[in-house]
Design a protein. Structure first.
Length: 279
């Protein structure tokens, strides 16, 4: 992680049911694999998650270039294998390739330990979907999966390069911005360049604020709140509709979302402090 500053997390073995001040990145980002037949909690798949946050289709299918290790199955888990010892079950497969009950699809198959996981069509909402492995961890005493046991990066070298790239771009120094981004890409494309020399290299004429924001997503996905990037760069109202079809469908994004609501406790401390518009 090239850490500069982290919060060192210590797993609380006495947690029973969780608390509001207990970081739950793992439960948010890791799908609820424990709901799948043939699956048991394991460190290699992130432990026990709840599947509360899903990567957008923009990230899953349109963000990464070929050969970018940040999109490998080690970093974004897209494929899994049944890991429950002795698992064997005859099931049906429908015309779309999804799992259904035996004799309910176009053919039957017998799934066994070590076979690739086949999801039900609705599983992508909660229990099976591509997810970042950055927060995944497992402690055998923590089958409920509450506490975060990985250190929490507050600042790391990758983001430092990205911040300087953004600053250089705003100064008009697009070559300097490209140089900073290429430091990250030299790492991300190192292996692939053995067969495709120069892969992933960017030039000054490719640099604009959208490219920088895309690179921040590639590097920092799952590590921080994207809203701050889009607000800072004044792109929230343009980029969100461009990459989130639900915002367009429900027309529920407006200038009020450029600020957050002021907590009532804070307003109570200041006479006459009005709430931000729209809240």
């Amino acid at each position: 992680m090239e850490a500069i500053w982290t919060f060192e997390m210590e797993y609380n073995r006495d947690v029973n049911g969780g608390t509001i001040d207990n970081p739950q990145q793992r439960r948010n980002w890791v799908p609820a694999f424990h709901k799948l037949d043939g699956m048991v909690n394991a460190d290699s798949i992130g432990g026990r998650g709840n599947g509360r946050l899903r990567i957008s289709n923009f990230v899953k299918y349109g963000l990464y270039e070929k050969g970018d290790i940040r999109n490998s199955n080690y970093n974004i888990r897209r494929v899994m294998w049944y890991n429950k010892p002795g698992f064997s079950k005859e099931v049906g497969i429908d015309a779309k390739g999804f799992l259904v009950d035996k004799d309910k699809g176009v053919r039957n198959v017998t799934l066994k330990t070590g076979d690739q996981v086949i999801p039900h069509e609705g599983d992508s909402l909660n229990v099976f979907y591509p997810h970042p492995t950055k927060w995944g961890a497992y402690d055998e005493t923590d089958d409920f999966g509450y506490a975060v046991v990985k250190d929490w990066p507050v600042m790391r070298l990758g983001e430092t390069y990205l911040l300087r790239a953004e600053a250089r771009f705003r100064q008009g120094n697009t070559q300097g911005a490209a140089d900073d981004i290429n430091v990250l890409r030299d790492r991300a494309f190192k292996d692939y360049r053995a067969v495709a020399p120069g892969a992933g290299k960017v030039t000054a004429d490719q640099i604009d604020i959208d490219f920088i924001l895309d690179e921040r997503a590639r590097e920092l996905m799952g590590e921080h709140d994207r809203w701050f990037d889009l607000k800072r760069t004044q792109t929230l109202l343009t980029r969100v509709p461009a990459y989130n079809p639900f915002v367009v469908k429900y027309d529920n994004l407006n200038k009020n979302h450029l600020v957050r609501p002021i907590p009532q406790d804070e307003r109570n401390k200041v006479d006459g402090l009005s709430q931000n518009e729209g809240y």
